[in-house]
Design a protein around this ligand. Structure first.
Ligand code: NAD
Length: 487
């Protein structure tokens, strides 16, 4: 074990960058802290502009050979990466929980299997990519999906490896090389992924990982003219900075951003289901981009809904995310907790009523909170909190429901709970959202698109939408044999 290796929950993790198939220490470090108990996990390489440039250079050098690799070979290596993820699933799960505080049982049973599936899915999808041919007066138009080049992938801390591999897998499948910059509050599983990819036989330089603060190395990555794609998941203010930085090179961007999604409960809904779906919004301590944080409930059932919701929310177990019985873990960072509390205090000062919670818990935990008596134009209804804080408003009829639901600058997702299929279809078609769930939440086929409208994002990921972004689509027109050019 090198002096740069730390042990987290019994797992050895290298704290250095991974550039060109080698570990690179760089100079300074930053301290990674567990949100569970504030314990120091280790000192992580603090990337500089020079590290960012070296990683892009490594990705550029590795690009021609990887781009020329056959689809079958790329798919084989991606399946080998998936095998490695499955083999080390428990290690990935415990390290991710120590690093970002999300539930261990979710990491074990849902998140990490999905990480492996991301690689398998895009490996298989690659082999199914259609290379269409069209005929124009004997000229063959051959449409191909060409690799774009080095890609910079920048990811947040709320589902670190899951969101990273959602980009890494299609980017690599498409024949691109990658520089991954994980969030500084959850840097560890990206480093494990580098090990897994190397063991799986991914050639040096095809996947590079640079650690550090986005504010310090982000620009160097996103403004580099050798970068052909930037795919970002994170907040709106950072997206604006990235867009400005990528603009001079016209680098294509994919942006998956925040939300303030509504959950609409109609009077004809199965109220038990509605309450269950609403309480689910506290998952991951509310740190979920898709979370339906605005509960919109039809007047006639609002009182009963609130009673049942309060009852169920009061039974949630908040505590150590490593315990099987825990429903809600800690929030990621003291700064995030402060931000959440600020939103709630300002809402209470403005006249909101806390029906559930409304205050901090012990340590780095925030009590699950439900606020009523909130105005549509208030900060708490309009801005993303990214914590376990929901608001409840009432409506009367479909028109008002849709008006309230659509009245924010976001458009990531919406959930409709109704017993009337006709109403479900009418309301869904009017909502501005990348995903609408009817009588369910969070389910998605990997072949389907994912993304946000308005300030929730630019572009779609998932299925062939990912290939569309990560490829340069080319049309090669070939004249028939013996054809003479007359014009
Ligand atoms: P953030 O924007 O602060 O950071 C995200 C990433 O960007 C981190 O890796 C960070 O280091 C990096 N970064 C920061 N400044 C940068 C710069 N100038 N240039 C380049 N990179 C820079 O977001 P966060 O707090 O980590 O994540 C929470 C946000 O992410 C929420 O708004 C949430 O809704 C959103 N999110 C969206 C989705 C989605 O798929 N739509 C999924 C998860 C999270």
């Amino acid at each position: 074990m090198s002096e740069h290796t730390i042990t987290v929950a019994g797992v050895a993790v290298d704290t250095r960058h991974w550039i060109g198939g080698e570990r690179v220490a760089g100079g300074e470090t930053f301290t990674d802290v567990s949100p569970i108990d504030g314990a120091t996990l280790g000192e992580i390489a603090r990337g500089t502009a020079a590290d960012a440039a070296a990683a892009v250079a490594a990705a550029k050098a590795a690009f021609p050979a990887w781009a020329a690799t056959s689809y079958e070979e790329r798919a084989r290596v991606l399946h080998a990466v998936a095998d490695g993820v499955e083999k080390r699933l428990e290690e990935l799960a415990v390290v991710e929980t120590a690093d970002n505080g999300a539930l261990l049982r979710s990491h074990r049973r849902g998140v990490m299997p999905r990480v492996a599936h991301n690689f398998r899915f895009f490996a298989d999808r690659l082999l199914e990519l259609g290379h269409e041919d069209f005929d124009t007066r004997g000229h063959t138009n051959h449409v191909s999906w060409d690799p774009a080049g080095p890609c910079v992938l920048i990811t947040p801390w709320n589902a670190p490896l899951m969101l990273a591999t959602w980009k890494v897998a299609p980017a690599l499948a498409a024949g691109n090389t990658v520089v991954l910059k994980p969030a500084e509050w959850s840097p560890l599983t990206a480093s494990l992924l580098a090990d897994i990819a190397a063991e799986a036989g991914l050639p040096a330089g095809v996947l590079n990982v640079v650690q550090g603060y986005g504010s310090e190395i982000g620009d160097a990555l996103t403004s580099n003219p050798d970068v052909r794609r930037v795919s970002f998941t994170g907040s709106v203010p950072t997206a604006r900075r990235i867009a400005a930085s990528a603009a001079p090179n016209l680098t294509p961007l994919s942006l998956e951003l925040g939300g303030k999604s509504p959950l609409l409960v109609f009077g004809d809904a199965d109220l038990d289901l509605a309450v269950e779906l609403a309480v689910e919004q506290y998952d991951n301590a509310g740190q979920v981009c898709l979370a339906a944080t605005r509960l919109l409930v039809e007047e006639g059932v609002a009182e009963e809904f609130t009673r049942r919701f309060t009852d169920q929310a009061s039974r949630l177990v908040q505590g150590d995310p490593r315990d099987e019985a825990t429903d809600i873990g800690p929030n990621i960072h003291p700064a995030q907790l402060e931000k959440i509390d600020g939103f709630v205090r300002r809402a209470l000062d403005a006249g909101a009523r806390a029906v559930v919670g409304g205050h901090r818990g012990e340590g780095q935990y925030y009590a699950p909170t439900l606020l009523t008596d909130v105005a549509q134009d208030s900060e708490i209804v309009q801005e993303e909190v990214f914590g376990p804080v929901l608001t409840l408003q009432t409506f009367s009829g479909e028109d008002e429901a849709v008006r309230l639901a659509d009245d924010t600058r976001f458009g990531l997702a919406a959930t409709v709970v109704t017993g009337d299929p006709g109403r479900a279809a009418r309301v869904s078609s009017r909502l501005v959202a990348g995903t609408v769930w009817v009588n369910c939440f969070f389910v998605r086929d990997l072949r389907a698109p994912f993304g946000g409208s308005r300030h929730s994002g630019v572009g779609r990921e998932g299925g062939d939408w990912s290939f569309d972004f990560f490829c340069d689509v080319k049309n090669t027109v070939t004249a028939p044999k013996g054809w003479k050019h007359h014009g």
